[in-house]
Design a protein around this ligand. Structure first.
Ligand code: ATP
Ligand code: MG
Length: 427
């Protein structure tokens, strides 16, 4: 026997039975993106490796150890995108989208990181993300956070808490970095291997350590909010006021630094206590330096990305009660050669004439009883029954499958009318 081929570790199939939850998230998000006037952009999953090295930063987990990088047949080094922001900024520069213009964009699709697979952490996962380019006002940071809060409400998610911080400008951060290096150097004996490595290369990342043995040391470290420059401090104050005015609760977490180098000023994360260790469901911040870093003009920007698998899981836990499988409205059952032709054509007529209808034809070659069983199992509300008698009489049977009402013998026109009103009533 031929053996089957297993999937790549950490890469998942999303089966039809999960589709409703995915769709619920995607539909709610798309509506909100429209409500806030964000426009969709689609970018390739492959980019030049250089793009991610230059944007995300050499001394980050992603670039150091998580990227899927390979040489293609032409000898170029390419990388499967680990996140979307770099590619979106690249696309804006490629097409001149920032020439005297601002952009509010959203994007959706798979990301790739070679992490240790576990629940909520995969090697191919999906993000929905938004970016506002060309805006430096705290109103836009607030708008993006409000959009995400509105999304949780729309989805019935209540267990999401907002953590907020400001990490200032690269200049003010350099000052803080020195203080931090001094502090951790004085406690070198208590640093784990990862943190020791980060001490020279990227000391702020030590604050991001998930090692519980480091928690106490990290708790005693100087906090970045005390080293902010005046502009960043004011920006942060205004953002907090806007969130408070909008009734969005938040906690300032001075140790929130985020894993990517390009962030400036605002950083934030939505976390939940319902998903175990993989608690971050949405994260983002301001990246005022990135566009220039990638060769464009100085352009302030801010954005966030949410992890679709994690949010879907949270919706399943918190609000799945009303999640149903999608079922067809009508299942066509036919018996006999002529009836098969009539049934097949009738299904097309229904799709033509009844707006929004879902019609399923099973296996018309199967026996009548088997087809009726499948019709029932499909969850359809009606069976459209076509037998030799019906064909001879120029009529079709419409049988309600979810009630005890009797089967009706009707013309196709009458069926169109019946179904149009029956399906409308359901709305
Ligand atoms: P984490 O701290 O969990 O590793 P991160 O800081 O690396 O997250 P971001 O780069 O900010 O994550 O990505 C935004 C969101 O994408 C995260 O908040 C999370 O919900 C999701 N995400 C990130 N990495 C993965 C992954 N490997 N599998 C599933 N979802 C992920
Ligand atoms: Mg990560």
């Amino acid at each position: 026997m031929t053996s089957t081929i297993s999937p790549v570790r950490g890469m998942n199939d999303v089966l039809p039975e999960d589709e409703l939850l995915w769709e619920r998230l995607e539909t709610a998000a798309a509506e909100l993106f429209k409500a806030y006037d964000y426009h969709r952009i689609r970018i390739p999953v492959l980019e030049r490796t250089e793009l991610f090295r230059r944007s995300i930063g050499e001394a980050t987990d992603i670039v150091e150890k998580e990227m899927y990088t390979f040489e293609d047949r032409g000898g170029d080094s390419l990388t499967l995108r680990p996140e979307a922001t770099a590619g979106i900024v690249r696309a804006c520069l490629t097409h001149g989208l920032l020439h005297n213009r601002q952009q509010k964009l959203w994007c959706s699709g798979p990301m790739f990181r070679r992490e240790k697979p576990q629940k909520g952490r995969y090697r191919q996962f999906h993000q929905l993300s938004v970016e506002a380019l060309g805006f430096d006002e705290p109103e836009i940071d607030a708008e993006l956070i409000l959009l995400s809060a509105r999304l949780w409400r729309a989805l019935g998610v209540t267990h999401a808490a907002l953590e907020l911080n400001s990490i200032g400008t690269p200049k003010s951060r350099a000052g803080y970095r020195d203080v931090l290096v001094e502090y951790f150097s004085a406690h070198k004996d208590r640093l784990d291997a990862d943190s020791l490595r980060r001490l020279d290369r990227n000391p702020l990342r030590i604050l991001d350590s998930k090692n519980p043995e480091m928690a106490e040391l990290i708790a005693g470290a100087p906090v970045i909010t005390e080293y902010l420059d005046e502009g960043s401090r004011e920006h942060f104050e205004r953002l907090k006021t806007l969130l408070t005015d909008a009734g969005i609760p938040f906690t300032v977490n001075p140790r929130l630094v985020r894993g990517l180098d390009y962030y400036t000023r605002t950083v934030f994360e939505w976390v939940t206590d319902r998903l175990g260790a993989q608690s971050a469901i949405c994260a983002g911040g301001r990246y005022d330096g990135l566009v220039a870093q990638l060769g464009g003009r100085d352009t302030p920007a801010v954005g966030w990305a949410l992890g679709v698998e994690r949010v879907v899981e949270l919706v399943r836990i918190e609000a799945a009660g009303d999640a149903e499988m999608r079922v067809p409205d009508v299942f066509v059952v036919s018996a006999g050669d002529e009836a098969r032709r009539v049934g097949f054509a009738a299904a097309e007529t229904l799709r033509d004439r009844v707006p929004g209808i879902s019609v399923s034809i099973g296996s018309p070659s199967a026996g009548f009883k088997a087809q009726m069983r499948r019709a029932d199992k499909s969850g359809a509300r009606f069976a459209l029954i076509v037998g030799e008698d019906e064909v001879a009489a120029g009529r079709l049977g419409l049988k309600p499958l979810r009630t005890d009402e009797p089967q009706l013998s009707l013309s196709l026109d009458e069926i169109v009318r019946q179904l149009s009103s029956a399906l409308n009533r359901r709305e």
